[in-house]
Design a protein around this ligand. Structure first.
Ligand code: SF4
Length: 310
């Protein structure tokens, strides 16, 4: 997605989008950001990872060059205009990895800030310290995919030597931005890391919402078995005692998509899961970010509190 000429690094395909359409935030998933609102979900092509189970491999792993004919061409101002036209509360980069399109996203962020539209993203978090700072200047909220911690898992399934950069960047981002974490569970690959990941999150900030995602493996792992719901639920029992916002979804009818008050256990946000990322808000019972029962504060990004530093 980049090319170097002399000392100059250039983006190869600026202002081109593999997707741009209105979606619910719960479907991203973001559970603690503007509940029930819609965003303009955008994506480009390419990724710095090569996960064996990628569900967007046709966009993330294909040569970007050959995808250009089917890309939308929209200048940043047009993209932000589309978000306004579709009554989107925010713009969220999903599908692939934002670090492969940073110059374009910096331009979008400038336009979005002028229009008072906050931006969020899904990222694998595998970036340099400098790139993480740039990401934090663009995006007000993050869902970082923490796929696994062990070297064995990362080498075998992701193609990287170590998760250390991802862990470092989560710590950094959690200090300055709203962060949620998603862990796609692949049975037999990373389900044995559930407690280790929970310990890590508890050490950074126990109130980080954690989405444990039942992954239906695709791409190179199409033949793998589907993760067992009851086994994962059992493995999450200990994590739930340490982390107040643990979710388990990506299957129809999940019972673990509601937000409970960490103080008294009262349901403060009710959702339902249609599977395949199709989660929906049912009832928001903590409009003022407080539990209606005991008054305890509920972590919720509701205002345009931070619009990035762009
Ligand atoms: S980080 Fe996401 S988009 Fe990139 S290869 Fe992995 S699953 Fe696919």
């Amino acid at each position: 997605m980049y090319t170097v000429s002399g000392d100059i690094l250039r983006e190869r395909f600026p202002h081109r989008w593999s997707s741009c359409g209105s979606q619910l935030l719960e479907a991203m998933p973001f559970y603690h950001v503007y509940p029930g609102s819609r965003c303009l979900a955008i994506g480009t092509t390419g990724c710095n990872f090569r996960c064996r189970y990628c569900s967007n491999a046709y966009i993330a792993k294909e040569d970007p060059e050959i995808q250009q004919d089917r890309m939308y061409r929209l200048a940043p101002r047009q993209l932000v205009g589309l978000a306004r036209k579709l009554n989107c509360r925010s713009i969220i980069f999903n599908v692939n990895e934002p670090t492969v399109s940073l110059p374009t996203l910096l331009e979008v962020a400038q336009e979005a800030k002028a229009a008072a539209i906050p931006m969020g993203c899904l990222t694998n978090g595998y970036t340099t310290v400098e790139s993480t700072e740039v990401l934090a200047s663009i995006f007000s909220f993050f869902n970082v995919s923490l796929k696994g911690i062990s070297a064995r898992f990362n080498k075998t399934y992701i193609g990287i030597d170590s998760s250390r950069p991802v862990l470092r960047n989560i710590r950094t981002l959690a200090q300055v931005r709203h962060v949620e974490i998603t862990t796609p569970i692949v049975q037999g690959a990373n389900d044995n890391e559930i407690d280790t990941i929970a310990d890590f999150i508890a050490g950074v900030d126990p109130e980080i919402p954690w989405h444990v995602f039942r992954l239906l493996p695709e791409d190179e792992m199409k033949g793998a078995k589907y993760p067992d719901i009851h086994a994962i639920d059992a493995a999450l029992q200990s994590a739930r005692t340490r982390l107040p916002y643990v979710y388990f979804h990506n299957f129809i009818g999940s019972e673990w998509v509601h937000t409970l008050c960490p103080g008294c256990g009262h349901v403060v946000i009710e959702r339902f899961s249609l599977g395949c990322g199709g989660d929906r808000l049912k009832r928001l019972l903590c409009e003022d970010s407080r539990c209606p029962d005991c008054g305890r504060e509920i972590r919720l990004l509701r205002e345009n509190a931070c619009l990035g530093d762009i």
